[in-house]
Ligand binder design. Structure first.
Ligand code: LMR
Length: 398
């Protein structure tokens, strides 16, 4: 049966974990996957999560099946974060939200649903984008192409090229947008540019699909939701995939959501009925624990505040690592200006390191980064940053 099965390449991001785990060097550092580690190099268990988890375990709730789309309390918590507490949009009943298996799971059920809606549309992702975007939409059966996004010369967004491209697309084209903390570049659009993207989507009849895996990692919950809020105010229909992996440090619990903004409450009912069919034939209904913890934290004013404070702590520590890395590279006599690292937003820096330099980091120093030169700043800490800066200095000096 399997004689003709070829060996698949390792996943460009999660595959690095496998190689990292197999590396026996004590000094190894994993800057590959987008995971937040604390200053001791550990994945934190947030205090707000711990409190909600303790209460839940003490209550020993039964483990029945969940509704196919997940519980209503979870959907409401998600909508409050995305669209703002008590938003007109959420109140109107025009939004459907289904719990999903992380941000990836949300993209997958969204992609499968879109494929049933309009099989011949093309999907456009940013150049560059998160590696899994292309793979996900292709595996749902779409042709996936790039739209211009990153400008290596300015290390910012080539907005003129992006906008011109969007205005040339066919109606019904699906455009995948990183709502904040662009992965991998850390280069986000300004609020004014987002407003222009909204208008381009309206003008061309595009299908916007906003992916938001890092809400809270740039400036804060509401500030990072600007793109979602602009689309909300536009009256357009759109998709949002969101994730609590990073913001709640619940990676392995696979807690995310797909929200779809429709034209009316009646339309929302029909859309949800079809989305449920997609979910039922993928994994039936979501697991209970992670979503229950998130809903419990977000519906308790005290725990919500505690969580926001902890999220701010993660954000601030990443920022501190950005500045520190830049200072250390300067101090080590690296001629190249790395100050752009401070301006990039979210967990990542698109360093401009070449494939060869990334390979040297791995083979000579046990430092793992994505081959595109993306590094995860959230894996740096006060103990490993000198080692990493030394190594980068060596490989960039050639
Ligand atoms: C990443 O980009 O590293 C994260 O989103 C984790 C993943 O699933 O790839």
């Amino acid at each position: 049966i399997f004689a003709a099965v070829e060996m698949a390449p390792r996943d460009p991001i999660l595959g690095l974990n496998e190689a990292f785990n197999a590396d026996t060097r004590a000094t190894k550092v994993n800057l590959g996957v987008g995971v937040y580690y604390d200053d001791n190099g550990k994945i934190p268990l947030l205090a707000a999560v711990k409190a909600a988890e303790k209460a839940r375990l003490e209550a020993m709730p039964p483990r029945g099946y969940q509704p196919i789309e997940g519980p209503a309390a979870y959907a409401q918590a998600v909508q409050n974060l995305l669209f703002g507490a008590g938003s007109e949009l959420a109140e109107s009943g025009r939004v459907v939200t289904a719990e999903a298996l992380g941000g990836t799971g949300a993209l997958k059920i969204g992609a499968d649903f879109l494929k049933r809606l309009n099989a011949s549309s093309k999907v456009y992702i940013s150049d560059p984008s998160w590696e899994n975007h292309r793979a996900l939409f292709e595996s749902a059966g779409f042709v996936v192409e790039n739209y211009p996004y990153y400008d290596a010369a300015t290390r910012g967004v080539n907005f003129a090229a992006m906008k011109e491209f969007l205005l040339g697309l066919d109606a019904g084209s699906v455009i995948v947008l990183h709502a904040c903390c662009h992965n991998p570049t850390g280069a986000d659009m300004s609020d004014a540019q987002w407003a222009e993207v909204v208008e381009a989507c309206r003008a061309r009849g595009l299908v916007p699909f906003l992916d938001m895996a890092y809400q809270g990692f740039a400036d804060g919950i509401d500030a990072d939701a600007v793109a979602v809020r602009l689309f909300s105010a536009s009256g357009l229909q759109f998709f949002v995939s969101s994730s609590f992996s990073k913001s709640f440090s619940l990676y392995g619990e696979r807690v995310g959501a797909l929200s779809i903004v429709t034209a009316s409450k009646e339309e929302a009912g029909r859309v949800m009925s079809q989305l449920k069919r997609v979910i039922r034939t993928n994994y039936s209904n979501p697991p209970i624990h992670g979503g229950a913890i998130v809903a419990a934290v977000l519906s308790s004013p005290e725990l919500r505040q505690q969580w926001e404070d902890e999220l701010a702590g993660m954000r601030d520590r990443i920022r501190a690592m950005r500045s520190s890395l830049v200072e250390k590279l300067q101090a080590k006599g690296v001629a190249q200006d790395f100050s752009f690292v401070i301006k990039q937003r979210g967990m990542f820096s698109y360093t401009g390191l070449t494939v060869e330099q990334v390979e040297r980091l791995k083979s000579e120093f046990g430092i793992y980064a994505v081959s595109t030169g993306r590094i995860c700043l959230a894996a740096l800490n006060s103990k490993n940053i000198d080692y990493v800066a030394d190594a980068i200095a060596v490989v960039v000096k050639g």
